[in-house]
Design a protein around this ligand. Structure first.
Ligand code: PEP
Ligand code: MG
Length: 325
């Protein structure tokens, strides 16, 4: 079956009716880039910078980060690479930076931590913009944003880092596009303001599901309650998609749901056109989407949005797929 999917990897990313999609990859380790058929994707939709931090025994220096980011940006020349600023805390711990909290997922995570330590943030942004001088394909993504002041402060620091670097090197720098992760429920209600402040947004369905349902995504005891196909999550995504389209705010999906067949079908029906996924899902998702008509998906969506449980949602999607065979 895999070989069958792989056969179509080079064909256009479009539905049967000809609607174009953008498929990008999620990455974190440089080695993954070697396994990815870079020419068949539209770039990197999520580069998780925390992995190179986690595998070291101390914070990587600016120079180490520059070399790493250069490698990543050079793997996708002329294609977008979305680099997310350090997203530690929660379940991702740095061995050399201890955080002990009772509720780590509601605590010092992502942008909260780096704004409290601007020296970490500034070094990382300086490294990113220096690495970007050659290929100019960098986009910067901010994780765990929950309010607007965080965005203002991050933009201010990014401007400061760009100013410092251009002053230091005596060159004018390309201005990277800046985006925000939609993964904390509060920002679902701040979209117009975000659209006015940043260039794009990317939906982290993993954390958005966790926070909407108040279910720890790593706790086996409540694992049966964690489901991105929960009707509440799907309705939130539907409203988010509608609003982003009305605002003409570029939006993509980078959580796991965007690499799963049922998820991609429903998100496509909601109007989402950009998906970033693990490269292992790419061939299968492209194959699937090339076989569906958006008009058919448009009939499935209202049925799914009325469902009362994830189980019912799965049954609806399964029925749809069986009819297509
Ligand atoms: C997410 O939360 O959906 C996401 C893509 O980020 P991470 O899985 O790295 O938290
Ligand atoms: Mg996340």
């Amino acid at each position: 079956l895999n070989a069958r999917y792989q056969q179509e990897i080079g064909l256009p990313s479009q539905s049967k009716c000809g609607e174009r999609f953008k498929f990008m990859v999620n990455s974190g380790l440089a080695i993954e880039l070697e396994y990815t058929n870079a020419q068949y994707t539209d770039g990197v939709g999520l580069y998780r910078t925390e992995f190179p931090f986690i595998i070291r025994s101390q914070f990587p220096t600016e120079q180490e980060q520059i070399e790493l980011y250069q490698k990543v940006l050079a793997s996708y020349p002329a294609k977008t690479v979305v680099m997310r600023t350090l997203d530690v805390g929660g379940d991702k711990a740095l061995p050399y930076f201890s955080i002990i909290e009772e509720n780590p997922f509601l605590g010092w995570r992502g942008i909260r931590l780096t704004l409290d330590h601007p020296e970490i943030f500034l070094v990382q942004i300086r490294a990113m913009v220096k690495a970007n001088i050659e290929h100019q394909n960098l986009h910067i993504l901010l994780p765990m944003v929950s309010d607007l002041a965080e965005v203002d402060e991050a933009i201010r620091l990014i401007r400061q880092a760009c100013f410092e670097v251009s002053d230091e090197l005596g060159v004018s720098l390309p201005k990277p596009k800046i985006g925000v992760m939609i993964e904390v429920p509060s920002v679902l209600y701040l979209l117009p303001e975000l659209a006015a402040k940043v260039d794009f947004c990317s939906v982290g369905t993993n954390d958005l599901t966790q926070y909407l349902l108040a279910v720890d995504r790593n706790n086996a005891r409540v694992a049966n309650l964690y489901d991105a196909l929960h009707p509440a999550v799907l309705r939130a995504l539907f409203q988010l998609g509608q609003q982003a389209q009305a605002l003409k705010f570029p939006i993509s999906i980078c959580g796991e749901l965007g690499g799963e067949p049922a998820g991609v079908l429903l998100l496509a029906a909601m109007g989402f056109r950009r998906f970033s996924m693990n490269s292992s899902n790419l061939a299968r998702i492209k194959w699937l989407l090339r076989r569906v008509e958006l008009a058919d998906l448009a009939l499935l969506l209202p049925e799914v949005l009325c469902c009362h449980s994830p189980k019912q949602v799965r049954l609806q999607v399964q029925r749809f797929l069986e009819q297509k065979q």
